[in-house]
Design a protein around this ligand. Structure first.
Ligand code: ATP
Ligand code: MG
Length: 276
């Protein structure tokens, strides 16, 4: 992810996933994509939640906006939306979905990075996408209801729940396929400044996650209007400078939060590059 993909290196694959709906997956996908584009990288994006299509719509809005202001640079990812198979035979449907993912990855193989947005529910397509992650980012709203999707609280301890077990399966699939591993980051999203009892409680359990199910947890994104208000134009806070919009303090803080996320992905990338 650090340098241009000029020598046939495989793209770095970032999957954004959580089987809980509405935790910020599509929003974070778009912000990661635009951050990397603005760094001059070539970015491919895949929407495996094509039926809902939030990321696809966001990118479509961006392409439309870019056409309206030809003098400005509004970089775009190379985007592919993948729909679920409509075959009734389960085996055939799964084969078709696997083939679609492989085809999309092949079409985007010249990119430096591929970002994959997944749905907020379990599906075969989503599981296949997870198995190709180099880094998996799981956004989590600051609520114990969201936390429950990852791990069940039992007394003073936690045990992995459905989604964590699925990720574990995909780690095994990936290791068997190419010997690779998945770096898993849990990112708290929509954090408020208010010191609430619930917030401290979530913090405590998220802290235990890294020991118990092998994830890295990082400081997340705040609850900020700028993360959602530019959807219709297909823009993000990383585009404000190009549009000559003077950033506010909240914009600067938001940018720092996205940067921290990107930096945390790079920590892992540097490790694998040293090993290679
Ligand atoms: N940090 C944030 N600050 C403010 N609003 C946010 C933030 N993150 C996400 N949102 C808003 O929360 C809502 C859900 O976000 P988003 O659609 O990205 O979630 P999702 O996980 O992709 O949902 P789904 O599971 O349905 O695909 C949207 O209205 C989005 O604009
Ligand atoms: Mg979404």
């Amino acid at each position: 992810m650090n340098q241009a993909n000029t020598q046939g290196k495989r793209p770095y694959i970032i999957v954004i996933g959580n089987e809980k709906g509405g935790t910020g997956k599509s929003t974070i996908s778009m912000h990661v994509i635009v951050y990397l584009l603005r760094e001059g990288m070539t970015v491919g994006s895949i929407d495996v939640d094509a039926r809902q299509g939030s990321l696809s719509r966001y990118i479509e809005n961006r392409a439309n906006f870019a056409q309206k202001i030809p003098g400005k640079s509004i970089p775009l990812p190379k985007h592919i939306a993948i729909f679920k198979s409509d075959k009734t035979d389960l085996n055939e449907a799964q084969q078709e979905e696997e083939a679609k993912v492989l085809e999309a990855l092949d079409q985007l193989k010249g990119c430096d990075v591929i970002v994959i947005d997944t749905p907020g529910t379990d599906s075969y397509l989503s599981r296949v996408a997870h198995s190709y992650a180099t880094t998996l980012i799981t956004p989590l709203n600051d609520s114990l209801v969201d936390f429950d999707m990852l791990a069940r609280v039992e007394g003073d301890n936690i045990r992995p729940s459905k989604y964590a077990e699925m990720v574990w399966e995909q780690k095994k699939n990936k290791a068997m396929r190419d010997g690779g591993s998945i770096d898993w980051i849990v990112l708290r999203n929509r954090l408020s400044n208010i010191k609430a009892k619930n917030k401290a409680e979530v913090e405590k359990w998220v802290g235990l996650l890294s020991k118990r199910i092998g994830v890295r947890t990082i400081d997340g994104l705040g609850e900020r209007v700028i993360f959602r208000e530019l959807f219709l134009q297909g823009l993000t806070l990383m585009d404000l400078r190009e549009l000559e919009i003077k950033p506010t303090l909240s914009h600067i803080a938001a940018r720092q939060e996205v940067k921290q996320l990107i930096d945390s992905i790079r920590v892992f990338q540097d490790t694998i590059q040293k090993i290679a």
